[in-house]
Design a protein. Structure first.
Lengths: 85, 151
């Protein structure tokens, strides 16, 4: 399955990337699976996305929980809790 | 409903004049302006930068304004949020609501701000004498939002 990854704010800076198109293996079904898959890359990925950290995620530009199931061609964003206003 | 994300500053008087223009049902206008504070957690703030998620930001703000409209009998809603570099004292955000009576406009304006603080994808990065740092989300903002879900 092909998806588009987006990263914002402190996550974007720590990972050194804002955007990536990836092909994910079949066993990656949910956003939570995807997070674990990215942690598996090690280095900054493991550190930034590590399980105990509070990270928000959005699927196709809507805030969702990590149990949300991925869809082909989806835009998935990871970012810290928002601080606007 | 008017929603704008912009780098430029805004003029509260001109914006309010615009959202109530021609609507004779309006008897109340409530507005909130958020500004950049010069002190945050003890370090002197020299500047601030606001990042957002283009596309999602607009959708989130529309959803927030729609929810306010469905909860209260209001006439018009305006949300302006600035992005990019800002200095202490600068205006960051403007929320204005018009309605026939004040009660609805007060409530809707506060609701929109509380909701925006927890659900709109904006992030502040402060630059102080000690360097740059991303602002942490505040638990108080989550608590403020949760109040609206009780009723």
């Amino acid at each position: 399955m092909k998806i588009e990854l987006r990263f914002f704010a402190s996550l974007r800076e720590a990972l050194g990337t804002s955007h990536e198109n990836i092909l994910i293996p079949e066993f990656v079904n949910t956003i939570s699976d995807l997070r674990s898959h990215l942690i598996g890359r090690g280095g900054a990925w493991a550190e930034v996305l590590e399980g105990s950290k509070t990270i928000r995620c959005a699927l196709n530009q809507e805030m969702v929980s990590e149990s949300t199931v991925l869809q082909e061609g989806a835009e998935v964003a990871f970012f810290p809790p928002v601080t606007g206003g | 409903m008017v929603i704008r994300i912009q780098e430029a500053d805004f003029d509260l008087g001109a914006e309010i004049k615009e959202i109530r223009k021609g609507d004779l049902q309006v008897g109340a206008v409530v507005s909130f302006v958020g500004t950049v504070r010069d002190l945050n957690d003890g370090s002197q703030l020299t500047s601030m930068t606001l990042e957002h998620y283009p596309g999602m930001t607009e959708k989130a703000l529309e959803e927030i304004a729609d929810q306010a409209k469905s909860r209260w009998d209001i006439r018009n809603t305006l949300i302006i949020h600035r992005i990019g570099p800002m200095l202490p004292e600068d205006q960051i955000v403007l929320v204005a609501v018009t309605s026939a009576h004040r009660r609805e406009a007060f409530a809707a304006c506060e609701f929109i701000m509380d909701y925006l603080k927890t659900a709109a994808p904006f992030w502040k990065k402060e630059v102080t004498s000690e360097g740059g740092r991303w602002v942490d989300a505040r638990v108080a903002d989550e608590v403020a939002m949760a109040r609206w879900n009780k009723s």
